[in-house]
Write a protein that binds this ligand. Structure first.
Ligand SMILES: O=C(O)CCC(=O)C(=O)O
Ligand SMILES: [Fe+2]
Length: 300
């Protein structure tokens, strides 16, 4: 064996250890999140993508804001608005600018990997959380920018009964957030508890869309987030559970050599997602402009 081979074996061994640690951390975090979701209706997951991937996403969002400003429109509330007065009062209720786009949109190369990791999380949660058994679809990702200056979103429920949302997933992209900047997500749980979550870079939040009232506290600084809603089909929860399926994060082998293990790590979005192009493409599932089947949710 040449010393090059030995070096590469050594690197493979080191990377395998990193992959083990990363996977163990992720699995533990997801299992804690499933317990929190069952108990409180919400869960917070820090370091969701890994800081480099979260920063890449943040940079893509900033870029989109500059190059495609016209894609961003005021977020709508049920009270939204055709005339100016009503549009004004709608903006007081909800002050963000939002863009919806396909997860594969070439203008946001980092979005695909991020949404795929959210899909993996939700698939894992769906095995432990009763309310998620009927999840069949995911909305197109939404980029929300609260421009600062006191922009907020008043207390509301994402699915008060008129839509199919089951789980709200959010990822925050604000690196230099400080106490006093505002913009916290305030969650009201079933036992009367109130929790405030700061919108910090790479922090994900999930909550049950039908059950958890929440609001965005007035923000003094620009506040960026990506959100996705996981939705049930017409059959609702009756449709979903019970099928045995593999989970790529528990079943996936790390790989036989350094390159394959690196690919595994990229697939966990722990490194620059631009480098992970093509990894695990079979694990993707479509946005829902989108109808897709629950089989897709279970089969990656
Ligand atoms: O950005 C957040 O923290 C929550 C936004 C929200 O509640 C919504 O878009 O429905
Ligand atoms: Fe909401």
């Amino acid at each position: 064996m040449s010393s090059d081979d030995e070096g590469s074996d050594e690197e493979a061994r080191r990377l395998r250890e990193v992959a083990h640690a990363r996977r163990a951390h992720t699995l533990a975090q997801w299992s804690t999140a499933a317990a929190a979701l069952t108990r409180h209706g919400w869960a917070v997951l820090d370091s969701f993508l890994g800081a480099p991937a979260a920063r890449a996403l943040r940079d893509d969002v900033r870029n989109l804001r500059t190059t495609s400003a016209a894609m961003f429109a005021p977020g709508r509330t049920a009270a939204a608005a055709d005339d100016d007065d009503r549009a004004h009062s709608a903006r007081v209720l909800r002050g963000d600018l939002v863009a919806r786009l396909h997860a594969d949109d070439a203008r946001m190369p980092s979005l695909r990997q991020c949404v795929r990791q959210a899909d993996r999380l939700v698939r894992s949660l769906a095995r432990g959380v009763e309310e998620l058994r009927g999840v069949e679809a995911r909305s197109a990702p939404m980029i929300a920018c609260y421009p600062g200056g006191g922009a907020r979103y008043v207390r509301h429920v994402d699915n008060p009964g008129g839509n199919r949302r089951v789980l709200t997933w959010l990822l925050y992209l604000n690196e230099e957030w400080q106490h006093g900047d505002g913009g916290e997500l305030r969650l009201y749980d079933a036992d009367g508890g109130v929790v405030e979550v700061e919108p910090l870079l790479d922090r994900a939040v999930v909550f049950l869309s039908k059950k958890v009232p929440h609001e965005v506290v007035a923000t003094q600084k620009e506040r960026l987030a990506v959100s996705v809603w996981y939705e049930e089909g017409p059959g609702g929860a009756a449709d979903g559970g019970g099928t045995e399926h593999e989970d790529d994060i528990t079943q996936f082998s790390f790989g036989r050599n350094a390159d394959e293990i690196k690919a595994f790590l990229f697939a966990l979005a722990d490194l620059n997602p631009a480098q992970s192009e093509g990894i695990g493409a079979d694990s993707n599932f479509r946005d829902k402009d989108s109808t897709f089947s629950s089989a897709m949710l279970r089969s990656w």
